[in-house]
Each structure stands twice: as C-alpha cells, then as structure tokens.
Design a protein around this ligand. Structure first.
Ligand code: NAD
Length: 392
C-alpha cells in the first residue's frame, strides 16, 4: 500500500509504519544521548502508545533501564485501513526494547474497564511482578463506567460564559475567531468522569489490591495549566474541571499510599506540546504555534521526550523528594509560563492574522510535528513506495 496522510479536521486517518518507527527511534536515540537516570526498573504506563505516555515508556526503558508494560487503545491494520499511529509506535518500541534486553509487554483495549485492569494485573504477575512506577497518561473523549455502565462523553467547552478567541485551520492557515458556548452541568459532569481522577484511583486500587505495588513506588498523572489566553477554554473550562478532580485525587491517593507503602501519588503539570489530543482543543494549536516560535527562538523548546526526561532526571529521580508548588504539583511548565515568554506570546497573539501567520508563528513547525505524529515527513523515507501496513 502507498500510504499518504489523509487529514480530516484535526486528525489524520492514516499512519505510516516506517515513519512511526523512525519517530520512536529518534526519541530512543535522544534519550540514549542523555545521562542515565538512576530510576525505576519496573514500570507500567497507562496511555503508552503516543504523546507523553510513549515518551514516558521510552524514558523508562532507555533512560533508566526499566522493563515496561504499556496499556493503550489502538487498532491494527485491516483491509484498506492502516493501523493507528500508536499501534506502529508500539511495534517499534517493543522491538527496540527487547533487542536492548528489556521486557516490553503491551495490553491493548479499554483501560477504563475492569476486565483490562484484571488482564494487566495478571500480566504483571507473569512478568514484572512488582511495579516501581505507574504513569497515568490517558487522554480520551469518552468512557464507559465499569460499575454502572454509564457512558460519558467529554466536551471541551468553557464554563459559565461563552469564550471567543482566535483559532487557526492548521491545514489552510486561515486565522479566524471562534466562539464556543458554555457547557451544561451535564457536560461538565461527563467531562470530569472521563478525564478526572476516578479511573486513576481505580487503577491504583486494583494494583494495590493485587499486591503488585513495590515498597516506595510512585504513581504520576499528567496535567496542564496553560496561559491566561486559553484559561476559559482550558483550565477554567470543562477539561480544567476534570484536571481539578485529577489533582484532588492525587492528594487523596498520596495521603493513603504514603502511609501504606511509603508510596507517592503525584501530578506533573507538563508543557503544551503537539499531540493527537492537544490538536483537538480549539485555540490551542494556534497558541502552540506561537509558543513554539517564542520558545525555539529563546532556546527553551522542549517536546514530549525532553520534558519527560527532565521529569525523571531532575524531579522524580534526582535523589531528593521533588519540589512541589503550593497545590502539591510537580511543575514542568516553568519555561512555558515564564513572564517574558508569555509576554511575547501575548504580543504576537494580538497581531497574528492569516497573512502574517507564517512569519510570526511556527505554524510550519506545528504542521511538521502533526504529520510526524502519524509517521509522515521523516527524512530518508520514500513515501511513494509500497509498504505493508499489516505490521505486528
Ligand atoms: P495522546 O492522545 O498522545 O495519548 C493518549 C493515550 O491514551 C494513547 O496511548 C491512547 O491509546 C490512550 N488511550 C485513550 N483512550 C484509551 C482507552 N479507553 N483505553 C486505553 N488507552 C486509551 O495524549 P497526550 O497529549 O500525550 O496526553 C496524555 C496526558 O498528558 C493527558 O492527561 C493530557 O492532559 C496530559 N497533558 C498533555 C499536554 C499536551 O499539550 N498534549 C500538556 C500537558 C499535559
């Protein structure tokens, strides 16, 4: 099959196996070039196939020498459809990790279900036995509650009042204004049920109940705060309410685990990066295009792998307990939220239009990163050549 990008709105419905493998290898090579982390040896990553979760899995194995189990929801190729990018990423990761002598096992299915949690516990019993670190990096638009069967659909909307701001059609480069009506109470509840902390707590309980958490283990979930300009759609919107719930869950789990096993449950607030999930949030792709320009110009740019390496090396496994902010969170977003960075983002934001988009922002970098998520645009890969999409 000759595989080209097929972009529909903010997703690409095709993925290229060799390009995805190249992207994974780039991250592995980058990590191998860093100082090794004296860190965890047995790691479970929930949401391990793309974005921050994939970077966490790569950093765990190739940065700290850990055996890993990855949980995710991805589809293999079938008929004329390619597999999803996360499928190809995982095939490439497993191959590289096993070749380097690490255990790399995966569980593909609905992480919100009890059945998948049980399957993962069974696999831990057969392989890693105990866990030193559990990363919770799920991003999903929907969830079926495992006990009540209620189906929740998350929305990305402001709360209380409509939100109007600039946005970009990444493909055409048209900058326009978008107005998003506020969420209903029901939508707020649904969004918190999908992206809040309940499922993370259920995972932690399932793992603790099965006796697979090692003494002094850690579990980390990822959160985001972001700048003033996205505040109504992100941190004070439906997704922010869900993150509030996730962060409150961290406090509860942390208090419980510290007593029980000397464990820790923490939230890491990461910076904005191009992923399949962030591409779906209105306004955010334009914000990231401007942010990347400013941070690259200042030599402060980081993608998923650089952020997660720094999280491991400077915060989680630096030899001292990680510094926390006033709300008890690890902050990896300090460069993004630096005053001078945000002041420059704000001033570009005020002047950005369709006709100056290419010069005042890094929309080109955004597009490249977006295509890269699906394995496209890798140098040295001939995208006009037939490839077998059925990689397993
Ligand atoms: P992503 O879309 O790249 O990854 C999501 C992962 O979740 C994938 O591995 C996917 O397979 C898995 N997944 C989704 N639904 C699932 C299900 N039902 N069962 C099993 N697996 C499922 O997302 P990301 O941007 O890396 O986000 C990961 C976390 O990082 C989220 O909590 C997000 O809020 C947070 N975060 C993201 C950013 C950003 O800018 N992207 C910034 C800060 C924090």
């Amino acid at each position: 099959m000759i595989i080209k990008p097929r972009i529909r709105g903010f997703i690409c419905t095709t993925a290229h196996p060799e390009g995805c493998a190249r992207h994974v290898q780039e991250q592995i090579d980058w990590i191998r070039g860093q100082r090794p982390v004296r860190g965890p040896k047995r790691v479970l990553v929930i949401g391990a196939s793309t974005g921050y979760g994939l970077a966490s899995r790569i950093a765990a194995s190739f940065g700290a020498g850990a055996d890993t189990i990855g949980v995710f929801f991805e589809k293999p190729a079938s008929g004329v459809r390619t597999a999803t990018a996360g499928w190809y990423n995982t095939v490439a990761f497993e191959k590289a990790a096993r070749a380097a002598g690490y255990v790399a096992e995966s569980v593909n299915g609905d992480a919100f279900s009890d059945a998948l949690k049980a399957q993962t516990v069974e696999l831990i019993g057969k392989t890693l036995q105990k866990l030193d670190l559990v990363i919770y990096s799920l991003a999903s638009p929907r969830r079926t509650h495992p006990r009540t069967g209620e189906r929740f659909s998350g929305v990305i909307k402001p709360v209380g009042a409509p939100y109007c701001n600039k946005t970009v059609d990444v493909q055409t480069g048209a900058v326009s204004h978008v107005t998003i009506d506020p969420a209903t109470e029901e939508e707020i509840r649904h969004s918190a049920a999908v992206m809040g902390g309940e499922d993370w707590a259920m995972w932690t309980d399932a793992l603790d109940g099965a006796g697979v958490l090692a003494e002094g283990f850690r579990t980390i979930a990822y959160s985001y705060i972001g700048p003033e300009l996205t505040r109504p759609i992100y941190r004070e919107g439906t997704i922010g309410k869900a993150k509030d719930h996730l962060e409150a869950t961290a406090q509860e789990l942390d208090a419980r685990l510290r007593q029980r096993r000397g464990g820790r449950a923490l939230v890491s607030v990461n910076k904005a990066v191009v992923t399949q999930s962030s591409a779906a949030i209105p306004v955010v792709p334009l914000y990231i295009s401007v942010l990347y320009k400013v941070m690259k110009d200042r030599g402060l740019h980081e993608g998923c792998i650089e952020q997660i390496y720094r999280l491991f090396s400077d915060r989680l496994y630096a030899g001292t307990p990680p510094a926390l902010d006033g709300a008890g969170r690890i902050r990896m977003d300090e460069f993004e939220l630096q005053n001078d960075v945000q002041a420059q983002v704000q001033s570009i934001w005020e002047e950005i239009r369709t006709d100056n988009l290419e010069t005042v922002s890094d929309i080109r970098g955004y597009r490249e990163e977006f295509l890269k998520l699906f394995g496209f645009g890798a140098p040295g890969i001939n995208y006009d050549v037939d490839v077998d999409p059925a990689v397993v």
